[in-house]
Ligand binder design. Structure first.
Ligand SMILES: Cc1ncc(COP(=O)(O)O)c(C=O)c1O
Length: 453
């Protein structure tokens, strides 16, 4: 971070009136505006706060800045693209950078998930994947397959498709009357009676995938289009899949002709030490949704990866010369976002970032450091995989999520950004971190846990 950024902003307290107009997303607006936390600069592993403090980023922005902040290579590529061409229409027209972005993305995709549909967010990626699944079955003459299966506690963004297959009650409650009608849910995989303090994947819980067999019996496979799960559920508080669970889900889907969609918006691009979680678990889905780290979060973009056969079926099913999939966004493959994606993917490849976490043993160091917190006050469970971690806290009686919120604020005051979700503190730092950063995150968390009631 250059000195200018710091000196221009150091010590400037935000004026409450200037915060008034913005309705902030997923935020307690009144509480926030009474005591704002503003970030004004970022470089590598750190943010700088409005009061000039260096904040270690323990969450890679929001699970997305995998190569660390302010990477020159990405900035330069975006500047150059804007000078060359700001925008090009994506329907019945093309521009070279979006094709190059898709080509580089396909190169890190597992197996034959090499057809790439570009979107602008994780939520759009999810809607797109669900629509592709429906279009695929219809193109095969299997148009009765319309039921979409999600999972309790799943997070798939905030579109109506995503909240319908999603399973986080607070995200669904207010919109309940207008969710998609044809959706069923698998049970979630979290059970502390069997899994507390597991290191990596819990040994218990593979059998929970068999709930899909029950849904097949209830609805008949001929009516089921797809199952969508996060291979590792992030937003709900980091639920690591039990050993054998994803394999079982895959085999049930295969047996019944149901498409398996992995929502890898969080796990995509190196988070577990492989490009995708699909490669980490060695389970091949039919469609992968991604966003966030696709371009190191430098510009809004998402990418849906589709198996060759699905793509051929949908495109081949339409008459020559007609549009094959009536779907797309004004900003699909936007030049600025595509340029950022090309630069980010080149950077990931050059520095080996998509495999660094495993290659350099950071995952093992991370696991040991996190589990050292087991005896800290209020700790109910600790979970980890790759460079993801969670510390679940005992709730204060009658005040769910308050203790974790206080820990989050305390950590911020102590110079580390963590994420609070319910009574869980979630962690997913940039993949460029060093062991000293791990120590700082864990020490700060311990200090915060000791300081809150
Ligand atoms: C698994 C998953 N899917 C979808 C989304 C939605 O992404 P976006 O906020 O970019 O719409 C998220 C966001 O955190 C996510 O974690």
């Amino acid at each position: 971070m250059d000195d200018d950024t710091a000196s221009n902003t150091r010590g400037v307290a935000p004026d409450p009136q200037q915060l008034d107009a913005l309705w902030m997303p997923f935020t307690a607006n009144r509480q926030f505006k009474a005591a704002p936390r503003l970030l004004v600069g970022a470089k590598d592993m750190h943010y700088r706060s409005h009061d000039g403090r260096l904040i270690l980023d323990g969450i890679a922005g929001l699970w997305c800045v995998n190569a660390g902040h302010g990477r020159e290579e990405i900035t330069r590529a975006m500047e150059q693209q804007l000078r060359e061409m700001d925008y090009a229409p994506p329907f019945q027209m093309g521009h070279p950078v979006q094709f190059e972005a898709a080509r580089l993305l396909a190169a890190v995709a597992p197996d034959d998930l090499t057809k790439v549909f570009l979107v602008n967010s994780g939520s759009e990626a999810v809607d797109t994947a669900l629509k592709i699944a429906l279009a695929y079955h219809r193109a095969r003459g299997d148009g009765t397959r319309t039921l979409l299966v999600g999972r309790e506690r799943g997070y798939h963004g905030v579109g109506f498709g995503g909240i319908s297959v999603g399973g986080i009650p607070a995200n669904r409650k207010v919109f309940h009357g207008n969710l998609l009608p044809n959706v069923a849910h698998l049970p979630h995989t979290h059970d502390l009676a069997h899994q507390a303090f597991s290191r990596g994947q819990p040994a218990w819980g593979a059998h929970l995938a068999d709930a899909l067999e029950h849904l097949v019996q209830q609805h008949d496979a001929s009516n089921i289009a797809a199952v969508i799960v996060e291979p590792l559920a992030g937003s709900t508080g980091v639920l690591v899949p039990p050993r054998g669970y994803l394999e079982r889900l895959r085999s049930i889907c295969t047996r019944h002709g149901i498409l398996l969609i992995f929502d890898e918006v969080i796990t995509g691009f190196g988070r577990l030490g492989t490009p995708f979680a699909a490669q980490y678990f060695n389970v091949l889905p039919d469609i992968i949704t991604s966003a966030k780290a696709v371009n190191n979060a430098a510009a809004p973009m998402g990418a849906v990866f589709v198996r060759e056969g699905i793509h051929e079926t949908v495109t081949g099913g339409a008459p020559e010369g007609s549009i094959e999939l009536f779907h797309g966004y004004t900003y699909s493959g936007h030049p600025l976002c595509s340029a950022a994606t090309v630069a980010a993917q080149q950077l990931y490849a050059r520095d080996g970032l998509l495999t660094r976490v495993r290659r350099e043993g950071l995952d093992a160091y991370w696991e040991n450091a996190l589990h050292d917190l087991r005896d800290a006050p209020h700790v109910k469970d600790i979970r980890n995989l790759g460079l993801i971690g969670a510390v679940e806290l005992l709730s204060r009686p009658g005040q769910p999520a308050r203790r974790a919120y206080d820990v989050f604020v305390k950590c911020f005051e102590l110079g580390v950004l963590v994420r609070q979700t319910g009574d869980t503190i979630a962690l997913s730092p940039p993949l460029i971190l060093e062991r000293g950063h791990v120590d700082q995150i864990v020490d700060t968390l311990r200090q915060a846990l000791r300081s809150v009631p």
